[in-house]
Design a protein around this ligand. Sequence first.
Ligand code: HEM
Length: 237
Amino acid sequence: MGFPNKGIQFAGAIGVSNCPGAPRLDVFIGRKGATQPAPDLTVPEPFDDVTKILARFEDAGRFTPAEVVALLASHTIAAADHIDPTIPGTPFDSTPELFDTQFFIETQLRGTLFPGNGSNQGEVMSPLHGELRLQSDAELARDIRTSCEWQSFVNNQAKLQSAFKAAFAKMTVLGQNTRELIDCSDVVPTPPAPASKAHFPAGLTHRDVEQACFFVPFPTLPTDPGPATSVAPVPPS
Ligand code: HEM
């Protein structure tokens, strides 16, 4: 019996291509179906510390800390259903429909509230109503091994696209011989152009940044006008 995972990478690449700002992802097909789920604790948990997360990615695929940060760009189009089950579909940034750099900006802002019923395992305070912050994302944004790389994505759409595309391509063929796979990248549509400019959400400014990179100041960004931003949940798919 195989697990029904054969089309998942293809579906993922097509799905991401709907998000303005996303890179056009490569997709290889033809891998054998998995025969077993991953053993428990091999996939990082949101309450794991940075040392453990980096070690897991290193031993799973020789991913560098910079590649781990790049992979987490995926959280710019992501939401949590299970961290706080009272608020399913709570996104990790204020623009979950856009593959933009807001995730890297907003994870660097001081956390002031919990969007739902309070602290859950793997959750820390977020800066916006309706936005959930994973403990792992908060720690990677502030750790000396990853904070400058994290900040380097702020307002750098070109780097966001190229670094994510490269790290994701590496992840999708882990353990595979690409010569035995079929490169179907040509059928992936070109995603729409970026549709947002990097900004602080309304009500927040540079003063709310928890500067963690010692070497480079946080970029200057405009603040969205209007009353404090409250993020709507992502509808169930
Ligand atoms: C440090 C490693 C990572 C941790 C601890 C982590 C943790 C999580 C957690 C806890 C959720 C919310 C699940 C829920 O409550 O529904 C989530 C969502 C998500 N993550 Fe990650 N993640 C990591 C890395 C990645 C990577 C490498 C990717 C892909 C390249 C990724 C893509 C996503 C996506 C797409 C979602 C949203 C799923 C949905 O909307 O249903 N994550 N992640």
